[in-house]
Design a protein around this ligand. Structure first.
Ligand code: PLP
Length: 380
């Protein structure tokens, strides 16, 4: 039966061998804007495309401010630092995520703490979060502290896995009750909404990624979105070498970073944003085809939850068990269809194996069953 599935997926992406998991498509003004950008000589951080890309992103997500970064990892690092994460602090996130989430926390000098996901959303579980906070943390006048480690909990970072929104409003409510800011890792969920509000706009800030395999790409790139003017100003300042505005002098008022997105990348981003609705509709069409097909094969296909809109960045099937998962991965990858298991859980990786964690049964359950199948825009 797995052979038949492989052939079916190939028929959706004719002429591609192997069929990639998610290849970028450039069907709009990318070359035109790139040529214009080069001709203008403004190829670096300053330029009209950066501003335009930020404005389009703010408009599209409904966030008041958008600040473009060199990639999603640095966007998350800066967002966490502006949210107040300091060396030695703890940051709660989910173990089922791409390594960039935990790395960005580490880049702040902070320590990740892993709390389990919900099986249905694959994102941070509000119930598990609440239980874990009640069991392990005490609210004091100057912050929320881990009773075991004595460390301060500086932020909570839920992730919208594969573009499926997690229960973000419940998570924000719980975080608020513990006086801890939420920074959303919405790197995978551009175009995904929870109750008609774009993911990444529920916490103090959210981040996006435009890596080559994401829904739209700038080659490499990231974005911080926020409704707070103060937050936006600080993020821009910190990522622009903390340079103080002056007509000619070099004044920097803290150790800053060189993390702003170059204009060449933003030129591609503007062209991609012009096509985002078309790409999302195309991807949704693919998910509809998959849903019907896998229903007929009695294979569990993941659909968006009630009151959410998923971007179907990466489509998800769940096989019956670990053996079936591996057999399918072998058959598909050997026969020209790229399929991937979910990431190894963060708490298994060498650098994060000693981090504190809740019971992680749901993440482990998903790890043994989830497979991503080709999901890129189909050109016919
Ligand atoms: C892609 C991604 C990022 C950011 O990745 P970059 O490659 O640095 O843009 C962060 N978190 C998650 C969950 C991601 O999937």
């Amino acid at each position: 039966m797995f052979d038949e599935i492989v052939e079916f997926i190939k028929s959706l992406y004719p002429g591609q061998n192997p069929v990639p998991l998610h290849a970028p498509v450039f069907l709009g003004n990318e070359k035109k804007y790139l040529a214009d950008c080069i001709d203008s000589t403004f190829v670096s951080y300053v330029g009209k495309y950066v501003t335009q890309f930020e404005e389009m992103t703010a408009q599209y997500t409904g966030a008041k401010y958008a600040i473009a970064m060199v990639n999603g990892t640095t966007a998350l690092q800066i967002a966490l630092q502006v949210a107040g994460v300091k060396p030695g602090d703890e940051v709660i996130t989910q173990p089922l995520t791409f390594v960039a989430t935990a790395n960005a926390i580490s880049h702040c000098g902070a320590i990740p703490v892993f709390v389990d996901v919900d099986i249905d959303t694959m994102g941070l579980s509000p119930q598990n979060l609440k239980d874990f906070l009640l069991k392990n943390y005490t609210i004091k006048s100057d912050g929320t502290y881990n009773r075991l480690t004595g460390k301060r909990l500086a932020s909570i970072v839920p992730m919208h896995t594969f573009g499926f929104p997690c229960r973000i409003d419940d998570i924000v409510d719980i975080a608020d009750a513990f006086n801890v800011p939420v920074v959303e890792d919405s790197a995978e969920s551009l175009g995904s909404c929870y109750k008609n509000k774009h993911t990444g706009t529920f916490g103090i800030a959210g981040i996006l990624s435009y890596n080559g395999n994401k829904t739209i790409t700038t080659g490499g790139g990231g974005m911080i979105i926020t409704d707070s003017e103060e937050f936006a100003k600080k993020a821009k300042h910190l990522s622009t070498t903390a340079k103080v505005s002056h007509s000619y002098d070099y004044v920097h008022d803290q150790v800053g970073y060189n993390y702003r997105m170059p204009n060449v990348n933003a030129a591609i981003g503007v062209a991609q944003m012009e096509k985002i609705e078309e790409y999302l509709l195309n991807k949704r069409g693919t998910s509809d085809i998959y849903r019907e097909y896998f229903a007929s094969k009695n294979i569990d296909f993941t659909s968006e939850m009630k009151e959410t809109t998923a971007n179907y960045w990466l489509n998800v099937i769940r096989l019956k068990d670990f053996n079936k998962r591996n057999t399918f991965l072998d058959v598909a990858n050997e026969n020209g269809v790229m399929t991937r298991p979910v990431w190894q859980l963060m708490d298994k990786l060498e650098m994060y194996k000693d981090c504190q964690a809740s019971n992680l049964d749901n993440s482990k359950w998903l790890e043994e069953r989830v497979v991503n199948i080709p999901s890129g825009v189909r050109i016919r």
